[in-house]
Design a protein around this ligand. Structure first.
Ligand code: CP
Length: 310
């Protein structure tokens, strides 16, 4: 297989295992490139990419931008603040005007779940999802799985726990879908209020006991409590952040009780002292910064492979 089976990357849903393997193989080659003294290749020299961020981002936005620069693409960056979206311009009008400037590929983060699929049906360009509301974050799941494979090898039969605010997380769904494709066993863990009711339909197990989950898993992927997505700025899903940290926060005391070492991940940004302590996040168990490094190689691979679909 030398081409992805999909024209766009709107989500992990719809991809095949062979697509993931092709992305990982290509990312491995690009990771070697970005560790050379000269980190740039001319692969996308004739391509123009628009990065449209309708929602805040640090890692994903910078990682895509760097990936595009490493591939020698021309880029334009758009964010809602300072744009005509503030004057009421629609998403389709905004994107069609940008495409009229001869843009070949759109990377977009949008607060509305399904915005990318909607756009893919309305405009004629290749679309890459950089996160759509609480729905999917496919490149995050790809870089997560790639980073797990670097640490653990083949993920077939490996046990991965996704812990925390599953309800508001786009990382959770994309991770579940990609890990299942790669043959891993997946468990979600968190307070009942932060786990969607029918999540086991996705073939995952559910636990509300962090210590028991840590004993079970090879990898613990700690998710951020998404205070900005919880109603009205107050926290109705659990009594207090202190209570959450006591029951579901990962600390060294919990890790030291285990009879073996497990791999700790977090997609960022971290609420230090809430879902994970600084001591754990910055420890040798953690691969959080490897995830960020691998994000550039994964995004280079995705952009390179999708550019063939123009
Ligand atoms: N992991 C992630 O998506 O981070 P940003 O929101 O900073 O892009």
């Amino acid at each position: 297989m030398t081409q992805l089976s999909s024209r766009h990357l709107t989500g992990i849903r719809g991809l095949k295992r062979e697509d993931l393997e092709l992305i990982f193989k290509t990312a491995t080659e690009f990771k070697e490139v970005i560790n050379r003294p000269i980190k740039k290749v001319p692969s996308l020299r004739d391509i123009t990419i628009a990065n449209l961020f309708f929602e805040n981002s640090t890692r994903t936005r910078l990682s895509f931008e760097l990936a595009e620069k490493r591939l020698s693409a021309d880029i334009i960056n758009f964010s809602t603040n300072g744009s005509s979206v503030k004057k009421g311009e629609t998403l389709v009008d905004t994107v069609n005007n940008i495409l009229a400037m001869k843009v070949d590929l759109v990377v977009m983060r949008h607060p509305h779940p399904g915005a990318h699929q909607f756009l893919a049906n309305k405009v004629d360009t290749v679309i890459v999802n950089a996160g759509d509301g609480t729905h999917e974050h496919p490149t995050q799941a790809l870089l997560d799985a790639f980073s797990m494979r670097e640490r653990l090898g083949d993920l077939e039969g490996k046990k991965v726990a996704i812990i925390g605010d599953i309800r508001h997380s786009r990382v959770a769904l994309s991770n579940i879908l990609s890990l299942k494709l790669l043959g891993a066993e997946v468990r979600v863990c968190g307070p009942k209020t932060l786990i969607p009711k029918h999540i086991n339909d996705l073939g995952v197990s559910v636990s509300h006991d962090l210590d028991e989950t840590l004993m079970w898993c090879d990898v613990a992927n700690m998710l951020r409590i998404q205070l900005e997505r919880q109603d009205q700025g107050i926290v109705p899903y659990f009594p207090s952040l202190r209570e959450y940290a006591r029951q579901f926060g990962l600390n060294m005391e919990r890790l030291n009780k285990l009879d073996r070492s497990i791999t700790i991940m977090h997609p960022g940004p971290i609420n230090r002292g809430v879902e994970i302590t600084s001591e754990v996040a910055d420890s040798e168990h953690s691969i959080i910064l490897e995830q960020v490094e691998n994000g550039v190689a994964i995004r280079m691979a995705v952009l390179y492979l999708l550019s063939a679909n123009r």
